[in-house]
Design a binder for this molecule. Structure first.
Ligand code: IPT
Length: 267
């Protein structure tokens, strides 16, 4: 038997960890995995990828592409001959999905920094066309607004360390009055750390940094990164189980928790 995985760029740490785990759990269940990676021109390429997998007799497909609910529903409707399970949609979307709660970890990270006495926040979100990125940003902003705090600046990166590096340089140049930076993923946080080191800004003494993902490398950044941990291995395990169980019983969509892991980049 073969499962399909349609994925966004595997150059990114989180999707590559998911792909490795999907493969592991599928193998344990006796399934092979065919991976199709797409980059741009999202709608067109996703259907191309699905068609390619269908032509190889794949009947169950995990889709790890950031999708608006309407797009995900359209893909579901256009592919009723197979079973699609989505990993990066709004968890309240009606399509079959296993996703993380976008609010609990973001809220925990803001509340933790508020508790440490921080009031001047810079926000470095992921790309605006990713629903997960937007929901994380929204949750940061809502939690801050409850305390009457407006962020010093809001910048969007593209998930890469390079974009984190250049965004941090822009923050230091234009709005240097922040004492904490909330970052939409750990790869961008890596770039932020590099930029601050280069400008002799001490982490965490002068600026605290919180990432998002807790991919395998994040505990080995310098300083070790405080971050919102997503159990991507568990998400992959649940996704494979949900997809394989579907014919036997009706396993509904599932929302997984995210939790803050405190290390050395915050004080
Ligand atoms: C999401 C990651 O948090 C982010 O770092 C980036 O890699 C993104 O994927 C790529 O699309 S995780 C996803 C399952 C919401």
């Amino acid at each position: 038997f073969t499962l399909g995985l349609v994925t966004t760029s595997l150059a990114l740490h989180a999707p590559s960890q998911i792909a490795a785990s999907v493969k592991k759990y599928a193998h344990q269940a006796g399934y092979q995995v065919l991976i199709s990676m797409i980059d741009e021109d999202v709608n067109q390429s996703i259907q191309d990828s699905i068609n390619e997998l269908k032509s190889q007799r794949v009947e169950k497909v995990i889709i790890n592409i950031p999708l608006e609910s309407a797009e995900a529903e359209r893909i579901f409707e256009n592919n009723r001959d197979i079973l699609c399970l989505f990993l990066d949609v709004d968890p309240t979307s009606p399509v079959f999905n296993v996703c993380f709660n976008p609010a609990d970890g973001s809220r925990a990270s803001v509340e933790y920094l508020l508790g440490l006495g921080h009031r001047d926040f810079a926000l470095l979100a992921g790309p605006d066309d990713s629903v997960s990125s937007r929901l994380r940003l929204q949750s940061w902003q809502e939690t801050l607004a409850e305390k009457g705090i407006v962020p010093v600046t809001v910048i969007h990166g593209d998930w890469s360390a390079k974009s984190g590096y250049y965004s941090a340089l822009q923050m230091l140049r234009e709005t240097p009055q922040f004492t904490a930076i909330l970052v939409g993923n750990d790869q961008m946080a890596l770039g932020v750390i590099s930029a601050l080191h280069q400008h002799n800004v001490a982490i965490p003494q002068q600026v605290s940094i919180v990432g998002y993902d807790d991919t395998y490398d994040s505990a080995f950044f310098h300083p070790a990164l405080t971050t919102v941990s997503l159990d991507l291995d568990l998400q992959s395990k649940e996704a494979v189980e949900h997809l394989l169980a579907e014919e036997k019983e009706d396993m509904p969509s599932k929302v997984l928790p995210a939790r803050l892991v405190v290390r050395n980049s915050t004080s």
